[in-house]
Design a protein around this ligand. Structure first.
Ligand code: NAP
Length: 512
């Protein structure tokens, strides 16, 4: 049995008692335990504030970037052991494990490169500034300086490597030390990441700490210079919004929650053409990748009513190629769900959708007995306007519902019933159709992927989050925003307006 530890004040530290047990979702065998009971989290905050923060703020962007580059390399060097941990504790196939782990190293490398480009500076100045009065001397600038607190990151179970790394990369580049807390159920992979980073000597000096297990009193130590970035369920997000630190001390909060992401097939797309093939391939991938446990997975598939049966037939053929089973077995493309809790939630979710009038259009097979396996399930609801549950309930597994529409306006209206999504994908080669969909969906979506013939074999699938584009969405998706290149750093900066003698300010801020 593996014993996981937290990494606090530059050392691995064990909590009291046995704590939580982590299992292998394929066999249901226990694989690790972890406890955070009795750990000095107040001390971790103090260490980050007094040691990690000053250390990072003294570093230039280029130096912070070099730290990220070294982190990326250190994780890449243990890629195989991270993939093993991911399969053991999260039930991922090798391909799904890579999605998480390569996403982590790739995002760190991307921000390392941005650091290199920003060079010797330690903070940013926005643009040229502007004249504030009739005098050309009296000038205003906006500067962006790192907050002098701690970035607390609380992550979901489905991305134990990427979730930790994508947030840490941005905070560290901005100059803010991190305390990260992965979800307990799948924390083994994050723990292995920390072992590798410690081995490479990259964790000294309070820049990065790990709370490996229950949060304990973590959130009670948040102060006015701290930020809290959360990824997880809408329910936990709502609880975070009500935290005293957020309400009374204005702790900055970013929430990445769940989402009923939609794909829309344009009426101009003909069965069998390139755009059609792209749509079918993307939809199948977004239903099955990571066993549907992706916040960006496609949950609703909107198609012209006349094409419902053709879509179901094409998708069923495609989905039949995805074998569900032991992720270590050759040929298996879909592993188990990550935990018993998830299995119960997915089964309940499918039952609720069927209760609401969805019919099962296609269902695959899955191993029975041990393991948290669930068959891939494609549903259809013929009157989607009347099926509130389809637009409200995120079933976090390999499940999606095909919904017919009779007009583009109706398609837009149905997508908006999800009340804010992380990503929408639209497939069309007609610029009017595309224009209507983009304009109709943009304010309700964090990101839109437009699939069409000329990018059919070049585009990424809609569920892939790139560090260069923003991630997050309005409303139900949490209202947050992460990544997006340099945009992501703003969450960790204080933007301060500075007014005064232009020449003097320019010298003081080293602008000339
Ligand atoms: P969750 O149950 O909300 O847990 C998320 C994290 O919050 C875990 O680390 C959990 O710790 C912690 N947590 C829960 N209650 C807490 C409390 N009272 N105080 C402090 N920490 C607390 O979500 P999940 O089941 O792990 O993740 C699945 C959900 O995340 C899905 O709905 C999915 O859509 C969403 N998600 C969203 C994104 C996005 O980017 N928008 C990405 C991935 C997932 P413990 O594990 O120790 O309880």
């Amino acid at each position: 049995m593996i014993r996981l530890k937290s990494f606090l004040q530059d050392q691995f530290r064990d909590g009291e008692g046995e704590g939580a047990t982590l299992v292998d979702p394929t066999t249901e065998e226990p694989v690790a335990t972890t406890s955070t009971k009795g750990l000095d989290l107040a001390g971790a905050f103090a260490h980050a504030r007094t040691v990690g923060g000053p250390r990072l703020r003294a570093m230039s962007f280029a130096e912070r970037g070099a730290l990220l580059e070294a982190m990326s390399k250190a994780l890449y060097e243990v890629r195989d052991s991270l993939l093993e941990a991911s399969t053991l504790n999260a039930g991922t196939t090798r391909s799904d494990g890579k999605f998480d782990i390569d996403g982590a190293t790739g995002t760190l490398a991307y921000y390392a490169n941005l650091g290199k480009q920003l060079g010797d500076r330690t903070y940013l100045v926005e643009g040229e500034g502007e004249q504030l009065t009739r005098s050309a001397r009296f000038w205003g600038h906006h500067i962006k300086v790192p907050r002098e607190g701690v970035a607390v990151h609380v992550n979901a179970f489905n991305f134990p490597a990427w979730g930790f790394a994508e947030k840490a990369a941005v905070a560290l580049l901005a100059g803010v030390p991190v305390i990260t807390k992965p979800a307990t159920a799948t924390a083994l992979t994050t723990f292995r990441c920390f072992e590798a980073l410690a081995q490479a000597g990259l964790l000294e000096g309070g820049v990065l700490q790990l709370v490996c297990g229950g949060a304990g009193d973590l959130l009670s130590h948040l102060g006015p210079q701290d930020v809290l970035a959360f990824t997880g369920s809408g329910e936990t997000g709502a609880y975070f919004r009500r935290l005293d630190a957020v309400v009374e001390r204005s702790v900055r909060l970013n929430i990445e929650a769940d989402s009923l992401n939609a794909a829309v097939l344009g009426p101009d797309v003909e069965v069998g053409d390139d755009t059609w093939a792209m749509f079918v391939r993307d939809a199948a991938k977004e239903i099955t990748q990571k066993t549907g446990q992706k916040c960006t997975a496609t949950r609703r598939i909107l198609v012209p009513r006349s094409k419902v049966e053709a879509v179901v037939a094409a998708l069923s053929d495609e989905l039949a190629r995805y074998e569900v089973g032991d992720p270590r077995k050759e040929g298996v493309r879909v592993g188990p769900l990550a935990s018993k809790q998830q299995l119960d939630a997915v089964r309940e979710g499918i039952a609720a959708l069927v209760e609401a009038g969805c019919r099962v259009a296609w269902r695959g097979s899955a191993p029975e007995g041990k393991g948290y396996f669930v068959p891939i399930t494609l549903l259809v609801h013929d009157v989607p306007g009347e099926a509130a549950v389809v637009h409200e309930r995120e079933v976090f597994g390999p499940v999606s519902t095909v919904l017919p529409y009779d007009s583009l306006d109706e398609a837009v209206e149905l997508v908006r019933r999800g009340e804010g999504g992380l990503v929408a994908s639209v497939y069309s080669d007609d610029r009017d159709v595309l224009g209507t969909l983009l304009r109709g969906l943009a304010s309700w979506s964090g990101r839109i992927l437009a699939g069409s013939r000329k990018v059919a074999d070049q585009a990424i699938a809609p569920g892939m989050v790139l560090p260069s584009c923003v991630h997050g969405g309005p409303g139900r998706a949490g209202g947050g925003e992460e990544l997006g290149g340099l945009r992501g750093l703003d969450f960790y900066f204080q933007r301060t307006a500075v007014q005064g003698d232009r020449a003097l300010l320019d010298r003081a801020l080293s602008l000339r």
